[in-house]
Design a protein around this ligand. Sequence first.
Ligand SMILES: Nc1ncnc2c1ncn2[C@@H]1O[C@H](COP(=O)(O)OP(=O)(O)OP(=O)(O)O)[C@@H](O)[C@H]1O
Length: 429
Amino acid sequence: MTRAEELPDIASAKEFYEKYEPKEILGVGVSSTVRRCINRNTRQEYAVKIIDIIGNDDILAEDLVNVTHNEINILRRVSSRAHIIELVDVFETSTFFFLIFEILRKGELFDYLTEVVKFSERQTRTTMRDLLEAVLFLHDNKIIHRDLKPENILLNDDLKLHLSDFGFAIELDDGEYLKELCGTPGYMSPEMLKCTVDPRHPGYRHEVDMWACGVVMYTLLAGVPPFWHRRQIIMFRRIMEGQYSFPSPDWDDISDSSKDLIQRFLTVSPTERITAEEALRHPFFDQVDQESRYYSKAFNAKRKFRVAILTVIATSRIVRQYHNPRTVRCSVAAKDPYSVKLLRRLIDASAFGIYGHWVKKAADQNRIMLFENCTRMEQLQQAKFETEYNSSPEQSPTQDDEDFDTRLRRVSTSLSFENASYAQDIRLH
Ligand SMILES: Nc1ncnc2c1ncn2[C@@H]1O[C@H](COP(=O)(O)OP(=O)(O)OP(=O)(O)O)[C@@H](O)[C@H]1O
């Protein structure tokens, strides 16, 4: 049994054990273990996040206590709002924190996305609307999440999303700017990266969350992240320059309004980037509005008749397609099987079946980045290589004369180290 799997002894957490009965592990975080638990009086099920303050080799106990207090304070302010996880109870001892949350049985959006490979536009619309409503609430209350990504979005039984993990969330006063580099590399905004390498940069604000929303939306629709590159330093360059594309064939069937909204999220200048409020008014969401308005209208015989006719037409089309599927020319399938939608899905699903995760499709389209938290050894090796490279005599510039790329490489190296020890989240001081 690993240390994470061990339960804190009863003497050190009497109050928690008196009220709750811990059960099996639901997930393991960087500094915590999450278990199902049952309230002994009500028999209601919850999820308890158990944070081991002193048993964490990578993080200083004092830092962990401060970070957790900040997380609890923010959660108490935002908890149980629509699409935000509910914090039910908190217990603190000298060695452990116990944070009791509502239980979200379907786990991470990330795992769900891994299973289905990518989302339809309709699914993306629902997911992004819920996410943006949560983000709007945070921003209206001057809170920045700073780590929006599919791993931090949990799903309940009805696949309704709940934003979680407020470990990096922070409250920001008007006119205040931040400079701390934190979050997850592929989701970081250009201004966050720029202020790390340019000491004269003013810093960043809540717009970093909107950038992350763009990365999430792109990833949901394409099944691959927008800026990924095997070398983190190149990925950072791409982020800072806003260099991404909508390559064929994946994006051929995706509407212009989806692409337009992504472009508005992934706008390099934070002042020109779309806000959560504006995004919710974007035409991409109109279709849902029409649908919900349609269903909320009172009974109308004419409309009902129309729906019945459309249903018959759709059903007969499905039956026809089932018996006479669209022909695929052998020459096309042999030359470029991935361009045929039907085969594309089959290839993706088979690759997933074989490897247990998404695999590389081309140099610029790589799903590996989504699994970077599993490649610790590779990152550690790369970090070691980069450090040796940086520490060689001819590669040790002073703080003043080092060029932009050297500073960026330094950030990238630190991130690789942080990634290796902290799995996917980072916090540099
Ligand atoms: N309320 C919940 N209901 C169900 N499962 C949960 C719940 N909260 C967390 N989990 C599961 O536990 C895993 C770890 O959660 P946690 O938020 O602690 O991860 P983390 O953010 O990586 O941890 P850390 O805060 O230490 O960085 C999640 O990925 C999820 O699968």
